[in-house]
Write a protein that binds this ligand. Structure first.
Ligand SMILES: [Zn+2]
Length: 425
């Protein structure tokens, strides 16, 4: 028996326990377990964000983690737990496509500079923060997030595994591991302390370094690759980005590109990344190029409260132009600051205001927060839609968000993978 034969044999008889950093799609089956109880949700209105249409008086049967049946003529089986949401609009859980759950910048301590945060907080501490922030997101109706970097030494992978194993409650996490960037990452180091960007960034300037950084991330549990294109004077070229997109795609993961400047966003759009993050200074031509190359914009349009009036205006203008051009957009927030009286969830949901300020219709905002997010995260075959066989990630609101998008700011009910997180009053 050769080495591979030994490994296969050992695996077959259960001697080897392979590490489980990858997504666990098949939960372990308990032998001859009793059928799981059924929850029947009576939905006053059932809203499909994809079409914008709501149907009255629908029934959703949930068994285990999945939606078993859904429709107007579904019979409620005897013994089912009935949840009466007949006064509410029921819809799929929300997606935030740009989070940093394992980072909380404390204004008093860190003075708004997250470099200090990374120096003071350990990865273990940050993973625990991730749990807390994740729970807050769930409470606010976000049942899935794409968590893209700034999680120390793979705190995001630990968070994802903790949630997937059911040890802690939280949203579905699609994580990127460590951010890959040109020398210096997003910091401005001083030469006596060159290592202080470790483990926050993987510096990758040559093609070998780029390939290795991508492979390292995937090995340690990343499900998306995040690059920072343009936070130094030297930025990634179109060819650099194309190389990394190809390397990521070859391993079956997508690539997100942080672009703050016009030249950075232009390069990323031309290279055909899966998503451009921020795109703060994108011109109409950049937006058109992104549209042409099927790039999703995750614009992280900061609210006036978080960015100040002047910056907020620039974000809103870019969002308005992106909407006009028709580039595909997913809702993303980029919140890292702690704000008194708010949670990570309430701060994130408040970004709706920027979309409203930009004049984006409610239906488009809701699509950016649901189906577009699901597709960008690559989980749309499992969740993000209310259909039989998909995950029971379900929220309910007092009003129909198509008519009043603000109702999303206080979701009345949250179910995550069939478990009730927030019970309707
Ligand atoms: Zn970010």
């Amino acid at each position: 028996m050769n080495f591979r034969g030994v490994i296969l044999f050992a695996a077959a008889i259960g001697l080897l326990q392979f590490p489980v950093l990858g997504r666990q799609t098949k939960p372990a089956q308990a032998a001859q377990a009793a059928p799981e109880p059924i929850i029947a949700i009576k939905a006053g209105k059932l809203l499909n964000p994809e079409t914008g249409k709501a149907e009255a008086n629908q029934i959703i049967l949930v068994q285990g983690k999945l939606i078993k049946e859904i429709g107007g003529k579904v019979a409620i089986p005897a013994g089912a737990q009935v949840l009466d949401l007949s006064k509410y609009t029921v819809l799929p859980g929300l997606f935030d496509a740009h989070t940093h759950l394992c980072m909380t910048v404390l204004p008093d301590r860190d003075h708004g500079n997250y470099y200090f945060t990374t120096l003071l907080d350990t990865t273990a501490f940050r993973a625990v923060q991730g749990v807390s922030n994740g729970q807050a997101m769930l409470e606010s109706g976000f049942t899935s997030v794409r968590d893209i970097g700034n999680a120390g030494n793979y705190g995001d992978t630990a968070l994802r595994l903790g949630i997937e194993n059911g040890w802690v409650k939280g949203p579905t996490v699609v994580n990127s591991g460590i951010i890959i960037a040109p020398y210096g990452g997003q910091f401005h180091l001083q030469p006596e302390k060159k290592d202080l960007a470790t483990p926050e960034y993987l510096f990758a300037d040559s093609r070998d370094e780029m390939r290795k950084a991508i492979r390292q991330n995937i090995h340690y549990g990343a499900e998306f690759i995040k690059i920072v294109v343009d936070d130094q004077r030297y930025i990634y070229s179109v060819e650099d980005i194309r190389f990394m997109v190809a390397e990521a795609h070859a391993a079956g993961v997508k690539l997100a590109a942080h672009c703050w400047t016009h030249p950075g966003a232009h390069n990323a759009a031309e290279a055909g990344v899966d998503s451009i993050e921020h795109g703060f200074q994108m011109t109409d031509d950049d937006l058109l190029l992104a549209k042409k190359n099927n790039v999703t914009l995750v614009g992280t349009e900061f609210t006036e409260k978080l960015a100040g009036a002047e910056q907020h205006k620039i974000w809103v203008d870019r969002l308005r132009r992106a909407q006009k051009v028709g580039v595909n957009m997913a809702f993303g927030t980029d919140v890292i600051e702690a704000v008194g009286g708010e949670t990570r969830g309430t701060l994130s949901i408040s970004f709706i205001d920027s979309w409203v300020d930009a004049g984006v219709p409610a239906g488009d905002i809701l699509r950016a927060m649901t189906v577009n997010g699901a597709r960008l995260l690559g989980v749309d075959k499992e969740r993000g839609f209310l259909k039989a066989g998909l995950a029971a990630d379900i929220i309910a609101t007092a009003e129909n968000p198509e008519e009043n998008i603000q109702t999303l700011k206080k979701v009345s009910f949250v179910m995550k993978d069939g478990t009730i997180i927030k019970q309707a009053p």
